[in-house]
Design a protein around this ligand. Structure first.
Ligand SMILES: N[C@@H](CCC(=O)N[C@@H](CS)C(=O)NCC(=O)O)C(=O)O
Length: 276
């Protein structure tokens, strides 16, 4: 692992690190914020999975999460959203290929050799972080934005016990029923839709739910609102009687102005679960 940069930030450290990834078969870059408490004890960790077109950098520089993580004494990790590099397959569209890994393990060509983002986030990066940093891996929460909200919810439900809490900003909630989903799951996983269900939080909610609290914020003026399918996940949550809050925030859109407005609530929500 190579440290690209370290900057002092709210008495902690915002780092950017690069490492060769076995899962993605390329170098991967991630941001890691460690509060000052990490100098003398292991701290809980909140994962932030980003949305379409993002690298590790967007949320790290635009969400404004570090001030609240410092206040709560928790670490923040900002992974990339796809494999990177010259020999990694791509598509001209912004919503497929680089910057659009959808947090799945691709089985189809040309994606399968590198697009193994589920394994990367669920297994490889946690092991790397546990080995190299002062993190308490028994206390992890996960959040994300849009495609990253989809990633956070699906990882939380398919990895019971790994995350104590899950939240999301404007998550893609029902990708098997949306143009933000059908195209990508078809390309990465193939046309057999039975392989898609493990990557759809509405279907996972109906099937198994999450053993912990859920917080979701979505703006009423989200320009991608029809693609998100919030109403499908809300119905599945109500049907299951899942411990969850879905807040429709009046006037907010899909941007980082929306994310940065509610990030304090999300960090506090996870901190409460992680310090229980
Ligand atoms: N068509 C838009 C969609 C991409 C988009 O809105 N991405 C969101 C996540 S779904 C994002 O976080 N963009 C990066 C940013 O705002 O910094 C574009 O290409 O800009």
């Amino acid at each position: 692992m190579e440290t690209i940069s370290e900057n002092r930030c709210f008495d902690g450290t915002q780092g950017v690190h690069k490492h060769p990834s076995d899962a993605c078969n390329c170098d991967m870059t991630f941001g890691l914020f460690l509060p000052q408490e990490a100098q003398f004890t292991k701290v809980p960790l909140l994962w932030y999975l980003s949305g379409l077109t993002c690298t590790h950098e967007n949320a790290m520089t635009k969400a404004g999460a570090q001030v609240w993580a410092a206040e709560q004494g928790i670490g923040l990790i900002f992974p990339d959203t796809s494999p990177r590099g010259e020999d990694v397959a791509n598509d001209d569209a912004y919503d497929l290929g680089k910057g659009a890994g959808f947090y799945v393990n691709a089985t189809q060509d040309p994606w399968a050799p590198h697009f193994q983002m589920y394994d990367y986030i669920a297994d490889e990066l946690p092991a790397l972080v546990a080995k190299n940093f002062s993190i308490d891996m028994d206390r992890q929460g996960i959040t994300g934005h849009s495609m990253g909200g989809h990633g956070a919810l699906t990882l939380a439900m398919t990895r019971p016990g790994q995350f104590q809490s899950v939240s999301a900003f404007a998550p893609i909630c029902h990708p098997t029923n949306s143009d933000w989903g059908k195209k990508q799951l078809g390309a990465y996983l193939g046309e057999d839709t039975s392989n898609w269900a493990a990557h759809d939080s509405t279907l996972l909610m109906k099937d198994r739910g999450f053993d912990g609290p859920i917080l979701i914020d979505t703006g009423t003026d989200d320009q991608f609102g029809d693609l998100l399918g919030t109403e499908h996940l809300a119905a599945a949550i109500a049907e299951r009687r899942q411990n969850a809050q879905i807040r429709l925030q009046p006037g907010y859109d899909h941007s980082y102005f929306f994310v940065s407005t509610f990030i304090e609530d999300h960090v506090a929500f996870h901190a409460q679960a992680l310090y229980e």
